[in-house]
Design a protein around this ligand. Structure first.
Ligand code: NDP
Length: 517
């Protein structure tokens, strides 16, 4: 039985109350309804947010539109915008413990891990501040002596940002600072389950000097608030991270008003382990890759593809190490895997394992929830003997469940790797350069890690092929993605190319004298 410490000094005695941020002011929802969030690890009420509705989303959009059309933010010099983003990064660091604790209490992730996510998020705000200073267009002087072509980048407009519950503060920080760096204004809707840290970000942005209306935050359900943002004609672009199913609906709705979309969706990411790999490093990465964030991770290495000649011993070691993973109270600093986000989701995870077993797979470890004094926890689970057509091999389980398949050749490994509709990321483990390069070239995924797994850098673009998304976040184009291109064609010098040719020396009542070319 997992022990959960209800006397932990970091557990709040009363839930924290939040408001909506609209036009620089904190408000309750127009209907005055609220949502209460209970910690999935402790079953204790931790946060109360307004349950916004369509009218609240619309008020936020009007505010963001006004802030874009007549407010100061898009017109500021890049240096001034950059200063606000840098101040925000400093304030994020000053409030890092508070932000990490909120994400831990609302999501159930280990506090030690949440601290790393907040530090990574502060770094993203600083990177965006650098990109703001480098936003520029192009000049074309190769169009003949009479023409200068200038391509300028203008801020895209009002951005609707919709985020999921698995990395609440990190994911908003992959989007909002880059939109702001470009001079856009935004309406943000965090997941209803984990809105706290995004609302604290609202306080941080006001303190950092962001003008009213440049970033608005509306909590509430996706069906009400999210859908209203996607439909609204005054929104220019949707930046969405979440499930592929909701992503597809969002793209379809956004098409009605031809909004630009940026979609970061699900993944069913394989780790390919070849017999000649550094197997010590590979086994550690396989275990980390599936259990990090309880497997509730778009990048989760949820499929192990292992070469048949080492499959037996490698799998024994994966099972042994999985058994040793510390699951438990996320406030305990020794914990590596915390709670599962909701009872429904836990049931869905167990269902995938039950169905796989019924279809002939072998559950080598775990397979069901763990007995705990409080909250809901899933046992680290390894399912072997999986075949490619099983749901557990194709669909995103989004839990600590590893599906194991075997292969003989590079060809077969690549075919298995590409055998789902997703294409977010993959890991390849081999000491052979050709094996690594051949696999990396042929795997259809936005990121391929070679002899490492799930590292992330602000400098490197992130996003997916196929049903894993549209567009890329991060990297040096991250702020450019929130801009529109405008072309200026500028004539230089006296005119010589008349559409209706005129006689040499003819006087014009407009005052000019025709010159012949
Ligand atoms: P969902 O798709 O259910 O929700 C994502 C967000 O969309 C939430 O804020 C949700 O609101 C909102 N939403 C729900 N319905 C609508 C709608 N009709 N219109 C507009 N917005 C809506 O995903 P989860 O929150 O369950 O997150 C898990 C998923 O996110 C996984 O599939 C995972 O792979 C993916 N993900 C992808 C990442 C990537 O970068 N590729 C990174 C992290 C996660 P609410 O839930 O509050 O009602």
């Amino acid at each position: 039985m997992l022990a959960i410490d209800l006397k932990h000094p970091l557990l709040p005695r009363t839930p924290r109350q939040f408001g909506l941020l609209i036009d620089g002011k904190w408000r309750s929802a127009q209907e005055e309804k609220v949502v209460e969030r209970t910690s999935p690890a402790h079953d204790v009420r931790v946060s109360v947010y307004p349950s916004g509705e369509v009218a609240d989303a619309e008020a936020a959009i009007v505010s963001a539109r006004r802030a874009f059309d007549i407010g100061p933010w898009p017109k500021l010099k890049a240096a001034e915008r950059s200063r606000v983003l840098l101040r925000a990064a400093d304030l994020i660091e000053q409030r890092a413990e508070e932000l990490a604790l909120l994400d831990t209490l609302e999501n159930g992730k280990p506090l030690t891990q949440a601290r790393g996510e907040i530090a990574g998020a502060a770094d993203l705000w600083r990177y965006a501040a650098c990109l703001a200073r480098d936003l520029h267009g192009d000049a074309y002087t190769n169009l003949g002596p009479a023409m200068l072509g200038v391509v300028v980048r203008e801020p895209m407009g009002v951005i609707a940002i919709i985020t999921p519950w698995n990395f609440p503060f990190l994911i908003i920080s992959q989007k909002l600072p880059f939109a702001l760096a470009a001079g856009c204004t935004a309406v943000v809707k965090p997941s209803e389950l984990t809105s706290g840290s995004t609302l604290v970000l609202g306080e941080i942005l006001l303190e950092a000097g962001l003008p009213p209306g440049a970033a608005n935050i509306v909590t509430g359900s996706g069906r009400q608030v999210g859908a209203a943002m996607v439909r609204h004609p005054a929104v220019d672009m949707i930046s969405f991270t979440g499930s592929t199913a909701v992503g597809k609906m969002t793209v379809a709705t956004a098409a009605e008003t031809l909004k630009r979309v940026s979609m970061e969706l699900g993944g069913k990411n394989p780790q390919l382990v070849f017999a000649d790999a550094d197997l010590e490093a590979a086994v550690d990465a396989v275990v980390f890759g599936i259990y990090f964030n309880a497997g509730e991770c778009c990048n989760s290495g949820s499929r192990l593809l292992v070469q048949r000649e080492i499959a037996g011993t490698f799998l024994d070691e994966v099972v042994a190490r999985s058994r040793a993973v510390p699951v438990g109270d996320p406030l305990d600093e020794r914990t590596k895997v915390g709670a599962i986000i909701s009872a429904d989701h836990l049931g869905k995870i167990e269902g995938y394992v039950t169905d796989a077993a019924a279809a002939g797979a072998e559950v080598r470890l775990g397979g069901q929830r763990l007995a705990a004094e409080r909250g809901r926890f899933m046992a680290p689970t390894v399912v072997a003997g999986v075949s490619p057509e099983m749901a557990i091999a194709r669909e995103e389980v989004f839990g600590p469940v590893l599906a194991v398949l075997t292969f003989d050749t590079v060809e077969e490994a690549v075919t298995l790797a590409n055998g789902t509709g997703y294409g977010l990321s993959a890991g390849v483990w081999s000491r052979d350069y050709d094996t690594c390069q051949t696999a990396a070239a042929r795997i259809r995924a936005g990121t391929v890690w070679l002899n490492t797994f799930m590292e992330g850098f602000a400098e490197l673009p992130f996003g997916g092929f196929g049903e894993s998304g549209i567009g890329r976040e991060l990297g040096r184009h991250a702020a450019l993605d929130y801009t529109e291109i405008k072309t200026l064609q500028m004539h230089r010098g006296p005119r010589s190319d008349w559409w209706l040719p005129r006689a040499q020396g003819a006087q014009s009542p407009l005052g000019s004298q025709a010159t012949l070319s």
